[in-house]
Design a binder for this molecule. Structure first.
Ligand SMILES: [Cu+2]
Length: 342
């Protein structure tokens, strides 16, 4: 119990995810209180039942007495649970209040959910997919909306979860206490690739955060999250960290970092979208029956306005990537990469 109750952040105890924020510690206290309270009453009630069933079992010649009500006893088992329930309510309410009101000095970051990836938009104009970068120990407020259906943004390590709804902003806040990578899930079923709608929070030490802010290569130290290939590649700020790589290799990192690999393979097998393998220079048949040769302009248009030319046999589900999301340098790298897959 002690390891659970202590304020040692960064520990994963008794099957719960590690405690990455103050709120996580507070919620866990309430959780364990409820858990042990339930264990206590379970033993009391079921144990009592078994005991009475055995001791007062049917016997030859034993007749049950006529039982009348017992006011003191009834008052006792009404008042005690009432007090307990009110205490649980008050406790939950106070933690909820803490979790719902972000401090006024919190750093604001915008979150956009869309089928099926998370993008994060920072004050300096940067937008990144599948990766949220925050400094250690600073309150962070997320202002969230959805481009399509209802999603839900969940960071188990921070014990925060909030619906992300089209047409309105919702928000959530946390103060990260543990450096490293923390998993993000979508917890509102949102279609085919819902389970792949992952992202991670990178909580950086102050010096590393300054590097990230300046657009320089940086390191993530601390806890690790069990991550999919998609997330492993999203780890480093793709364009700047890989600037010394050959262009197609940069493109390879980018398509992973931007979440394209969730829908596109490179081995010729169709996923949600067509494979990149061997498409460059070839003719692609479109939904309306016309044909188009895959060149640089077609790829660019397919990324920025995916619905302009929809490939036959696929649904028009690819999200558009604006110039702000994929800049010209990155676009060149992605085109070079797709070209290299012939
Ligand atoms: Cu979702």
């Amino acid at each position: 119990m002690n390891s659970v109750m202590s304020k040692a952040y960064g520990k994963a105890a008794w099957g719960l995810p590690l405690q990455g924020s103050d709120v996580a510690v507070t919620w866990d206290h309430l959780y364990w209180f409820l858990f042990w309270l339930s264990v206590f009453f379970f033993i009391l009630v079921v144990g009592g039942m078994i005991y009475f069933a055995i001791v007062y079992r049917k016997k030859e010649g034993r007749k049950t007495k006529y039982i009348v009500d017992h006011h003191a006893l009834e008052a006792f088992w009404t008042i005690i649970p009432t007090i307990l329930l009110m205490a649980i309510f008050g406790w939950g309410w106070s933690v909820y209040k803490k979790q719902i009101h972000a401090p006024t000095d919190a750093m604001e970051i915008r979150v956009i959910g869309k089928q099926w990836l998370w993008t994060f938009q920072y004050d300096d104009g940067r937008t990144e997919a599948s990766k949220l970068v925050v400094p250690l120990g600073k309150p962070i407020k997320l202002i969230m909306t959805s481009q399509d259906v209802i999603h839900s943004f969940f960071i188990p390590n921070f014990r925060v979860k909030q619906d992300v709804v089209p047409g309105m902003y919702t928000s959530v806040w946390f103060e990260p206490k543990v450096a490293g990578e923390h998993q993000v899930f979508c917890t509102e079923y949102c279609g085919t690739s819902h389970s792949g709608m992952l992202a991670k929070v990178e909580v950086l030490e102050p010096e590393q955060y300054e590097l990230w802010k300046a657009g320089k290569p940086y390191q993530v130290t601390g806890v690790k999250t069990p991550s999919s290939d998609l997330l492993a590649a999203a780890q480093s700020s793709a364009r700047l960290a890989n600037a010394k790589l050959p262009l197609p290799d940069q493109g390879a990192k980018l398509v992973q970092a931007k979440g394209c690999t969730a829908c596109h393979s490179i081995d010729g097998s169709a996923k949600i979208g067509p494979s990149y393998k061997g498409i460059f220079g070839h003719e692609q048949e479109l939904l309306d029956g016309t044909k188009v040769t895959v060149d640089e302009n077609y790829i660019r248009e397919s990324i920025q306005k995916p619905q302009a030319k929809v490939v036959k046999g696929f649904n028009p589900v690819m999200p558009p990537y604006t110039k702000d999301m994929i800049g010209e340098e990155d676009m060149n790298a992605i085109v070079a990469y797709i070209k290299s897959l012939n």
